[in-house]
Design a binder for this molecule. Structure first.
Ligand SMILES: NC(=O)c1ccc[n+]([C@@H]2O[C@H](COP(=O)([O-])OP(=O)(O)OC[C@H]3O[C@@H](n4cnc5c(N)ncnc54)[C@H](OP(=O)(O)O)[C@@H]3O)[C@@H](O)[C@H]2O)c1
Length: 344
């Protein structure tokens, strides 16, 4: 049994880590750390876990967390983890849900997050936590930079098509829609009910920060790449649907594209390649760690259209973080995670 602590446990990502770990047979929850919501009964911070947790949220004490924990999840605003991780003992494994450990070098982080990286040396110990692309590296890593929610969906839609050489790595268009929980728990005018309800809008385009990690990962897959990424906010709580348009490298049939997806994900525990006429829908992944993918070819233009649906808080954050903990700690990858989502 591992002692596990969550820093940022009062936020949406941290709260979801706690919910999932309550069903994990090898995890014992130790410290649940908050910032402004310190000292509150956890079951009041997250009423869904009433009856499962008696404790209260604690203030941050890095020495106490390090002394009592085998694994620490950090679910904090970007830029906080890199000041905290150096204060944790080297023995402690870390999964960071923010962007601090997602990049392979400080310059890329600094370009996209407009702030100096103050723990550059630790980036060498970190793996990018997308198991479908970096499983072996994650198993060896002490620190995992858990991917962003949009990059998880976009990369899982694109990777089979670049790996197989069916699609060109240039002029890729990623059109993605997210529910509002992707913006975190703190209120803002952009995520205010009155402004999101019965509304759909694009934002932070071009140049959304998730473009940085998408670019880094696509380059590893295919060298020089070019893409356009446009995120949209839609009036629902959870879920991301990414629809990706790629130009074929040669004449491509739907059968060939589907075969590439089946080859890439046939053995993957959390990627479901939809067959027949089914296309991914966010509701089918709600509350689960599954990513549903499918691919089509437009007979008129030859354009390949790849789809991926996830729950942004599970495969896009906390579920993938627990999947990474399982890999880092030598547990079966699906431990505590293999449950279907809610439907409807
Ligand atoms: N939401 C998603 O779908 C999603 C998906 C993938 C990745 N992420 C990433 O995961 C991280 C957490 O996101 P979230 O959605 O969970 O955010 P959130 O709901 O706003 O929660 C933020 C958490 O961090 C704590 N906190 C805030 N400022 C802090 C500080 N200066 N020092 C220490 N703790 C601080 C908050 O504590 P109090 O509540 O006590 O103030 C809260 O527990 C972010 O980096 C985000 O980009 C989020």
């Amino acid at each position: 049994m591992l002692n596990v602590s969550v820093i940022g446990a009062s936020g949406y990502g941290g709260g979801e880590v706690v919910r999932l770990l309550l069903g994990h047979p090898e995890a014992h929850l130790r410290h649940l750390v908050a910032e402004t919501r310190v000292g509150e009964p956890f079951a009041e911070v997250f009423p869904n876990v009433r009856g499962f947790i008696d404790g209260r949220t604690e203030p941050l004490d890095p020495a106490a967390v390090a002394a009592d924990s085998d694994v620490v999840f950090l679910a904090l605003p970007n830029g906080v983890a890199m000041s905290l991780v150096p204060q944790l003992d080297d023995r402690v494994r870390v999964v960071d849900l923010a962007a601090d450990f997602r990049f392979r070098g400080a310059p890329a982080y600094e370009r996209w997050y407009k702030t100096p990286h103050i723990a550059e040396a630790l980036l060498e110990e970190a793996a990018y936590g997308l198991p479908e692309l970096h499983r072996a590296e994650i198993r060896r890593a002490r620190i995992v930079g858990n991917p962003g929610c949009y990059p998880t969906a976009a990369l899982l839609a694109i990777a089979p098509l670049l790996r197989s050489g069916l699609a060109r790595p240039t002029a890729i268009v990623i059109d993605a829609k997210s529910g509002v929980s992707g913006a975190g728990r703190a209120a803002s005018s952009r995520t205010h009910f009155s402004e999101v309800n019965e509304n759909v809008f694009a934002y932070s385009t071009p140049g959304h920060r998730h473009s940085g990690e998408i670019e880094e990962e696509l380059r590893l897959l295919a060298g020089e790449v070019s893409f356009t990424f446009t995120p949209h906010l839609i009036p629902m709580t959870r879920g991301i649907l990414a629809t990706v348009y790629l130009q074929p490298a040669r004449a491509v049939t739907r059968e060939a594209a589907e075969a590439a997806f089946r080859e890439a994900y046939g053995g993957e525990p959390f990627v479901r390649v939809l067959d027949g006429e089914s296309l991914p829908q966010t509701k089918a992944t709600l509350g689960s760690n599954f990513c549903d993918v499918a691919v089509r070819v437009d007979p008129q233009s030859g354009t390949i259209i790849a789809f991926a649906a996830i729950d942004n808080l599970v495969k896009g954050a906390a579920g993938q973080a627990v999947q990474n903990m399982n890999l880092m700690c030598g547990f079966p990858e699906e431990l505590g995670l293999r449950v279907p989502g809610l439907f409807p």
